[in-house]
Design a binder for this molecule. Structure first.
Ligand code: FE
Length: 135
């Protein structure tokens, strides 16, 4: 069980950088290939940049060629929420932080792993920490 984080948009605006706010709270998308984790191969745990919830392990990261960090599965299914997204005339599955509800990216069914899933996540929504909490 993750703890539920509830903040006002004003509080989020004060806590997050403008780029983080645009993606996490306004469901924006960073330009492909620009994010700091797009090509990262560092070991660790990718946490929610808004609330710190553990979202993805570096073990599940793969090079998708999209310019966004891509994962075959969440670190813990309970830590992400999925929602239908019908913006821009497409039907996609949005990925949200299960703890604070912030927008992370989308998940597609063309991944390389046994589940066939590709979690396509914005770098700016993530914060890579070491395997332990000391980071
Ligand atoms: Fe979060």
């Amino acid at each position: 069980m993750t703890s539920q984080v509830t903040k006002s948009e004003q509080e989020w605006r004060e806590q997050l950088t403008p780029e983080q706010y645009e993606v996490l709270r306004r469901k924006g998308t960073e330009p492909p290939g620009t994010g700091k984790y797009a090509y990262s191969k560092e070991d660790g745990v990718y946490r929610c940049a808004a609330c710190g919830a553990e979202l993805f392990s570096s073990d599940a990261k793969f090079e998708s060629g999209t310019g966004w960090p891509s994962f075959t599965e969440p670190a813990n299914n309970a830590n992400v929420k999925l929602a239908k997204d019908r913006k821009w005339g497409m039907t996609r599955t949005e990925v949200l932080c299960g703890s604070c509800g912030s927008h992370l990216g989308h998940v597609f069914n063309d991944g390389p792993g046994p589940t066939g899933q590709r979690y396509c996540i914005n770098s700016v929504a993530l914060d890579l920490k070491g395997k332990t909490d000391e980071g």
